[in-house]
Ligand binder design. Structure first.
Ligand code: ADP
Ligand code: MG
Length: 526
């Protein structure tokens, strides 16, 4: 047999080809499912779960996460949008759409007989080059420039169900992030320092940023305890105010009234001693962590606490402890013997107030307030409220992106067209298969303007060709003005987005495609 020629076209065994094709087909199907929700004129999805829960959302990551996907390669796309959510927080639809377009190009290349490894390597190079191009057209942004940050948040919110409230939500997102950011250590920014409390009732317009802290729960007042406390001394406790339980399950047999009385007395004395210690520390507001071991607080304890004029907020979640102690400047107390005045936090006012249909506990005028922020979101129903929460999260992530990488680029698909054009140009300097693959990569990126205009009800072919022409003529910020249905300079329209979102979308999508390409078999396990 003659030795294989190096340039001989690649032929796969039928089975390997089948696996790869079916993987690509499945992944493309997932990408197609979210395609229509890209951009400000994109559609929203109603996600219905078997237990009757309904979610309305436009967020790619949320749609995919809720989708029942079983095909392994399709699952990779779900993971892809999840990782974009972690890295950038926005652009979760774009990343999947780009990945789908790249996969389609792969299919064409494979059919023409290009080896998967060659495609994979060329795509990797192309994605690195794409990031370079993006960096070259990026505009530096200053953290002091609040207007620019708000514009970026606006772009992110413009595609959401709650977009009409962006004039309220965007400044809120910007202010919240600036509040929790430590200017000396911006890299340590943690969005968990922003507490979002959602309350049904009213409209999103009634949402506000609270200077202080808000708890979703009411004050405990079954025993007639106070619901308002001025000059509060707040203790955050992790121990229970209830009779201790034995470790193992056992029974105490009570045979006469005397013994019964003794049991009650013991319990009363125990609780009384705990309450006395709490009172002695000067505490007048008690935040009690939820407990799974035993009742965090009993009715009897509430009674004594009410008598001691101590306001009680129950059911504080374990994962909120850190945020609360940071905000109030208090330390969590794990045992009643550690109730020391120096561990308490102080605030001017703790008060239960009515919000919408429910009640919340508000703490204002906190002394030594830590770097945290609280947003009280309002909405007329649960679905809107949940989507508002997700949208606000996206906006917060956009600002976080800008803190981490302080560059903006124009939106409305202008970066994708610019990159596509420059890559096509660059491919001419390359040779052979590589050039061919880079060119395919460049063409795949045009899926973004194509889809954006399709979703906006415009003629995609006209728009894409016109964009190509303008970019070739040096208009590097020309993009689709979805609202007016024309092509304009996106910077002048104030449609800007963080550089990080687009670079990470292209890099992650390419990585995912390369991974899918390299798989030639699925091995089921038991
Ligand atoms: P993702 O989940 O990927 O963020 P979106 O539905 O938010 O998806 O759409 C993002 C795309 O919409 C980006 O390409 C962005 O540039 C574009 N876009 C956002 N706002 C506008 C606008 N006002 N005009 C034109 N394009 C916009
Ligand atoms: Mg978005």
């Amino acid at each position: 047999m003659p030795p294989k020629q190096k340039n001989e076209l690649y032929k796969e065994s039928a089975r390997k080809k089948d696996v790869r094709t079916s993987n690509i087909e499945a992944a493309k199907a997932v990408a197609d499912a979210v395609r229509t929700s890209l951009g400000p004129r994109g559609m929203d999805k109603m996600v219905a779960s078997p237990n009757g829960e309904v979610i309305i959302t436009n967020d790619g990551a949320t749609i995919l996460q809720k989708m029942t996907v079983t095909q392994p390669a399709a699952k990779m796309l779900v993971e892809l949008s999840k990782s974009q959510d972690v890295v950038a927080g926005d652009g979760t639809t774009s990343v999947v759409v780009i990945c789908g377009a790249l996969l389609k190009k792969c299919q064409e290349l494979l059919e023409k007989g290009v080896h998967p490894t060659i495609i994979s390597d060329a795509f990797s190079k192309a994605s690195a080059k794409a990031c370079e191009v993006l960096e070259s057209i990026a505009i530096p942004v200053n953290m002091e420039d609040r207007e620019a940050l708000i514009r970026a948040a606006n772009t992110s919110l413009s595609s959401k169900v709650v977009s009409q409230y962006s004039s309220l939500l965007s400044p809120m997102a910007v202010d919240a992030v600036l509040k929790v950011m430590d200017p000396a250590r911006p890299a340590m920014l943690d969005l968990r320092d922003i507490k979002v409390v959602s309350k049904v009732g009213g409209t999103i317009d009634d949402s506000e940023m609270v200077d202080g802290m808000v708890f979703d729960q009411k004050a405990a007042k079954s025993a007639g305890g106070p619901t308002r406390m001025e000059d509060a001394k707040i203790a955050l406790i992790q121990f229970q105010i209830s009779p201790p339980k034995t470790d193992i399950e056992n029974n105490v047999i009570v045979s006469d009234y005397n013994q019964m009385d003794r049991v009650y007395k013991e319990e009363r004395n125990y609780i009384l001693s705990v309450v006395k210690k709490i009172k002695a520390s000067g505490c007048n507001v008690l935040l009690i962590q939820k407990s799974i071991l035993r009742d965090a607080v009993t009715d009897l304890a509430l009674h004594y606490l009410a008598k001691a004029k101590i306001m009680v907020v129950r059911d504080i979640e374990r994962d909120e402890i850190e945020l609360i102690s940071k905000t109030l400047g208090c330390l969590p107390i794990a045992h009643v013997d550690n109730m020391k005045p120096e561990k308490l936090g102080s605030a001017k006012l703790v008060e239960e107030v009515e919000v919408g249909k429910g009640r919340v506990v508000k703490i204002t005028g906190i002394e030594n307030k830590g770097r945290t922020a609280t947003v009280l979101l309002r909405g007329s129903n649960k679905m809107v409220l949940e989507e508002a929460d997700r949208s606000l999260h996206d906006a917060l992530c956009v600002i976080r992106c800008l803190v981490n990488k302080r560059f903006l680029i124009a939106g409305g698909s202008s970066p994708e067209v610019q990159v596509s054009m420059q890559l096509a140009h660059w491919s001419k300097t390359l040779q052979g298969m590589e050039s061919f693959c880079v060119r395919a990569f460049a063409e795949a990126l045009e899926v973004v303007p194509y889809t954006l205009s399709e979703n906006a009800g415009l003629n995609p072919i006209n728009i894409v060709t016109e964009l190509r022409r303008l970019h070739a003529a040096g208009e590097k910020y020309a993009g689709i003005n979805v609202k007016k249905g024309t092509i304009t300079n996106m910077l002048e329209e104030n449609v800007v987005q963080p550089l990080l979102i687009t670079t990470s979308a292209i890099t992650l999508a390419t990585e995912c495609v390369r991974m899918i390409l390299k798989i030639d078999d699925i091995v089921p396990t038991r």
